[in-house]
Design a protein around this ligand. Structure first.
Ligand SMILES: Nc1ncnc2c1ncn2[C@@H]1O[C@H](COP(=O)(O)OP(=O)(O)OP(=O)(O)O)[C@@H](O)[C@H]1O
Length: 311
């Protein structure tokens, strides 16, 4: 069993994090540990505040139950620390340990793997939008949540704003892109062809602006799980996929449902008729987001009642 002795630097940083939590009226302190810590000391410094202890392995959290501290297992030992941090926050939200709007003081090894040397203040609202813990669980998938959220945010903007006063409908398919490409064909000209990979990532604002323009073209936009836009203007092959859908949804939505059944990709359809955004996974609508002039709202599903089935 690996134990972690708490160094005086750790103790001082932890005390600072608790002070920061009090001053900033934050909701929790999140600490990364790398071995079973001295729980009594952690508990004493925590002074009854909400402290979430994140570890790469479950075994490092042995003994946490008696302390009143909370634990999350990240299991991303080889990943960069910021990815682990994001993952720990998402897990904590999914476990209902913190809310999506929480303010968190995080304590971790940002520079030197051997010691805790960095304190960050994070507002989850900015990172995770208005996802609820149920939404997160529903979307647990091979597509990183960061990529998915960027595509969904863009889809919601397209649905809400349209282009030059006209409504725009489109469809994105995210993840499993090779299979998605092989189950689709060009609808015409692909405006992205020839652009280098680094100029096609959806995390780039100008790429997102371009996509709003491209969304007016026929066909679907295919996005790699890492956020790179692989192709646009693709007609998705909808043959031989059996899906069940609400009455009134047309060809775009059937195609979105079918490709999410045939592949591990998640498809996101924006309806031209009313701006509604639907996420499809495994052939079914898993989330529906209504257009709103105010902040985006994630709604539960019970709307699409009248169902049609095809084989
Ligand atoms: N197989 C497909 N793959 C990709 N896009 C498709 C496919 N079939 C249709 N579309 C796109 O959907 C557009 C609109 O089709 P349709 O009006 O039937 O869809 P819909 O599901 O009713 O959506 P909307 O609410 O936006 O009208 C087409 O112009 C085309 O761009």
């Amino acid at each position: 069993m690996k134990y972690q002795k708490l160094s005086s630097q750790f103790n001082e940083f932890f005390k600072l994090a608790i002070q920061m939590l009090e001053v900033a009226e934050a909701d929790a302190v999140l600490i990364f540990i790398d071995g079973i810590p001295e729980w009594d000391k952690l508990k004493a410094i925590a002074e009854g505040h909400k402290v979430i202890v994140a570890a790469d392995r479950e075994e490092f959290l042995v003994g946490i139950e008696e302390t009143g501290l909370l634990g999350v297992v990240v299991e991303l030992e080889e990943s960069p620390i910021l990815e682990k941090l994001m993952h720990a926050l998402v897990e904590a939200v999914a476990n209902d340990q913190i809310s999506t709007g929480a303010k968190v003081v995080a304590l971790y090894s940002g520079f030197d793997e051997e010691r805790i040397d960095t304190i960050s203040f994070i507002r989850l609202d900015e990172r995770l939008g208005r996802l609820t813990s149920r939404d997160l669980r529903k979307l647990e998938t091979s597509v990183p949540l960061e990529t998915l959220k960027m595509v969904v945010d863009l889809a919601v903007e397209i649905g809400r704003e349209g282009r030059e006063g006209k409504p725009v409908g489109t469809c994105f398919v995210v993840g499993d892109h090779r299979k998605v490409l092989s189950n689709s064909a060009p609808a015409g000209f692909d405006p992205l062809k020839g652009y280098p990979k680094k100029e096609r990532n959806i995390s780039d604002r100008s790429v997102r602006e371009n996509l709003k323009e491209i969304a007016q073209l026929d066909g679907a936009i295919i996005v790699n799980a890492d956020g790179t836009v692989e192709a646009a203007g693709r007609m998705l092959d909808v043959t031989s996929a059996s899906v069940t859908l609400s009455k009134g949804l047309g060809a775009r939505h059937w195609a979105a449902a079918a490709i999410s059944k045939k592949t591990k990709g998640i498809s996101i359809a924006v309806s031209e008729s009313n701006g509604t955004v639907r996420l499809f996974q495994g052939g079914e609508v898993v989330l529906r987001i209504e257009p709103s002039r105010r902040a985006m709202k994630w709604k539960d599903l019970d709307f699409d009642n009248n169902q049609n089935t095809t084989d």
